[in-house]
Write a protein that binds this ligand. Sequence first.
Ligand code: UD1
Length: 425
Amino acid sequence: MDYLQIEGGKPLSGTIKIGGAKNAALPVIAAALLSDRPVLLSNLPNVVDIRTLLRLLGILGASVEHEGHQAQINAGALQSTRAVYEIVAQMRASILVLGPLLTRFGECEVSLPGGCAIGQRPIDLHLKALEAMGASIEIKGGYVHAVAPSEGLQGAKIIFDKVSVGATENTLMAAALAHGKTEIINAAREPEIVQLCEMLKSGGAKIEGIGTGRITVEGTGGAPLHFKKPISVIPDRIEAGTYLCAGAITHSKITLESVQIEHLQSTIDKLESMGCSFGFPTEESVTIHPPEDRLKEVNIVTAEYPGFPTDMQAQLMAVATLASNESLIEERLFENRFMHVSELNRLGADIWLKGNVAAVRPVEELFGADVMATDLRASSALVLAGLAAKGTTRVRRIYHLDRGYEDLQGKLEQLGAAILRKKER
Ligand code: UD1
């Protein structure tokens, strides 16, 4: 197994390019199942989660040509509509094939994803929405077995009692080929949802309310979508936010290219409140200018977009460890998303947990140590802390990082970090 070895305390500088968003690319790939013709995708991040979902489509019988940041998927004919446990267990987001498979082929089986390191993560909202559209759903042998009525899924009014990115995506994809109008109330508003809506619209579904909490979809009545233009995945706001945090924690001026600034606003706001300032050399780039003296404390409550993203909570916590006063960080989305706390404390941080609130007490310095990555974003928080810590930090179990950050080590090295990827002996 590989690990990252970081010699901390080195200032960073320079410019890096941000890749396509993993969380936007996953539903875009799943939506290719809604078409019977080749779909061309570009700006895909080259990360494990993307390869995993493409592999699943291949197992289902789609033809998949993937090279670098591009893929061509042809789901004209599938051999199977069963998303097997072996793949879903590797990546929960595989559940995103449920809506497209069911609406296009009338029946499918998808392994239940189960919980994960950050919490239980149920899929009840996904299932309720599909049932409201007429699907019969049975859970048997660890699989969701879904069957659509013989005339296909029917448009319905779906009121989510909780905002869910994944459930909104599955519902949108199912609704795209359904008969009649589907209305989604309390829909997620994340940029990933906007990208998916635009894609479905370009393929022939009629969609209104894009980017709002109330989306209506007029389905094609069973006709597959046809995407005439390639779909280019939007920039990764979480990857970008992570590098902004690298600038803040190491007090380094860093420029990021290929970003969508609007998507970064809540992270920029928090870093600004800590004393950083920002420049925007072009419409698609941002430069962080950290203060010369210590960062100020920050108070964060995670929320749905456009609120502060839970996927940036761990990274901001790493930055807050070196602030001049106590910061409070409340996690509202996932019940167990604080696995990084004890590891950050191993690096000399002083963080106390009470329920879903972390009190991050200021320390003068962090010190290198061996730490263990527990989930994707927690892992990047440990890397950030390692960049600022005195001495050597070794971050183990970095397969979590490989799931969602393309060449993190290479990009940090490009900025001047002393970071090596090594093999465990
Ligand atoms: C997506 C992102 C993930 C991010 C999360 C929240 C992808 C691949 N992953 O995950 O990185 O952290 O959004 O921004 O895009 N819930 C239910 N029932 C359901 C579905 C969700 O109770 O059927 C709950 C979840 O447990 C959680 C909350 O709703 O507490 C939000 O989860 P959701 O938005 O669905 O997250 P994901 O789509 O899984």
